[in-house]
Design a protein around this ligand. Structure first.
Ligand SMILES: Cc1ncc(COP(=O)(O)O)c(C=O)c1O
Length: 396
């Protein structure tokens, strides 16, 4: 590997840049009948495609109730409203911003908890340490599709009389102990935005085992109107259109293939990266399957030669798109500066992972050669690490 890295003036490895993520859709001919039907009937919202989609979701996820909603964030909000949550809500700091923003926006206080060093998911022991009389709920997240220890969290929630919501934004395609996600805790909220396995463009799904939660959200997503126009509570527009529902319905048939493809591609990445010094991987929870919503490596500067930020820059010069998920973590974001003192030196794993994690290009229809080529580029960068460090740090 003696080619000069692009960041030092060599030719980029990727003449056509390797996109970080792409939605995996279907041939237009397969989608055309539903779009035609929606357009010709004029039933663009609240029609039968939403009902068909929700029924298909219940079957696929093996859960009694599913609601198509405008997005996962709104789904989390509506679950919190349905459960009457007050005071403090435990959240992982190592997560996408929506997880804790919606808690703050709901007028509640997010309490940031550390993650496990190997799985990157919220640490149940740390959850228990943070519970006070003001705590009313726990929100846990499937990080990059890897589930947290849900059994342990459910036990803690029960023991302390807390509500438990899964932020299942990354959960389409995940198997927890062999079963799809959807029936944990009081409810789960999935995302079907553009980077997810089931990509309807925008959109989300709430699932629950509880009829009263289903009934509340069904009305809440309709401004709180039960049809009488005399609302018993204020609600919001949390609906999803017929176009999105039709697309979701069609994509659901392919979800298992997408999840299997991502697991195969993750295996190719791992095989090709595992011997490069300083690169390590997220540990997938035992007896579980990650959806691999993202494929993320950790970069140890000492062994790799340059840190995560410089690797990201060097890859960008080669035409490889990456994301620093999730940096900064919640407790270090400016929006939460008012809580910061409490977390000084506490969230050790979160800060370490957040400073080292780099998500690489990943999508369900990615060619098998791409992870191999990207791994070769990373190896090339590693071999020139000392020169890159000198050149990029001098430029700062
Ligand atoms: C962990 C997590 N929670 C919530 C969301 C928000 O999802 P949506 O865009 O559907 O609201 C995302 C988005 O990617 C996410 O990664």
């Amino acid at each position: 590997m003696n080619r000069t890295p692009a960041v030092l003036g060599g030719e980029p490895d990727f003449k056509t840049p390797a996109a970080f993520a792409k939605p995996t859709l279907l041939p237009y001919e397969e989608l055309e009948p539903g779009f035609r039907d929606i357009i010709t009937t004029g039933m663009v919202t609240k029609g039968h495609y939403l009902k068909d989609y929700e029924q298909a979701l219940c079957r696929h996820l093996d859960v009694p109730y599913a609601l198509g909603v405008s997005n996962c964030t709104m789904g989390l909000f509506m679950l919190m409203k349905a459960l009457g949550i007050k005071g403090k809500v435990i959240v992982p700091s190592f997560s996408f911003m929506a997880t804790f923003h919606i808690v703050e926006i709901a007028g509640l206080t997010p309490v940031f908890v550390d993650c496990e060093r190997d799985t990157f998911t919220i640490d149940p022991e740390k959850i228990e340490q943070e519970i006070t009389p003001d705590t009313s709920a726990i929100i846990a997240v499937n990080i990059f599709g890897n589930p947290p220890d849900i059994d342990a969290i459910e036990k803690i929630a029960k023991k302390h009389g807390l509500r438990f919501i899964m932020d299942s934004a990354h959960s389409f395609g995940t198997l927890y102990h062999g079963k799809p996600m959807g029936s944990h805790g009081d409810g789960e909220s999935f995302s079907s935005s553009a980077t997810k396995l089931l990509a309807t463009g925008e959109g989300g799904v709430v699932t629950t085992k509880h009829k009263e939660i289903y009934d509340f959200i069904d009305q809440y997503r309709e401004y709180g109107n039960d049809g009488s126009y005399d609302c018993q509570f204020p609600g919001i527009n949390g609906r999803i259109s017929e176009f999105h529902s039709w697309l979701g319905l069609k994509l659901l048939n392919h979800l298992e293939n997408f999840a299997q493809a991502r697991n195969r591609l993750a295996g190719i990445y791992t095989e090709n990266l595992k011997d490069i010094p300083g690169i390590s991987f997220q540990k997938i929870r035992e007896n579980c399957r990650s959806s691999y919503k993202d494929f993320t490596i950790l970069v140890d500067e000492k062994e790799f030669g340059i840190n995560r930020d410089l690797l990201s820059e060097a890859l960008k010069a080669e035409g490889v798109g990456t994301r620093k998920y999730f940096c900064p973590p919640g407790h270090l974001q400016s929006a939460y500066a008012k809580y910061r003192d409490k977390y000084e030196g506490v969230l050790v794993n979160t800060e370490l992972i957040s400073s080292r994690a780099l998500s690489l290009p990943f999508y369900s229809h990615m060619e098998d050669e791409l992870p191999e080529q990207i791994a070769r580029t990373i190896a090339k960068i590693h071999h020139s690490a000392a020169k890159i460090k000198e050149s990029l740090t001098a430029a700062v």
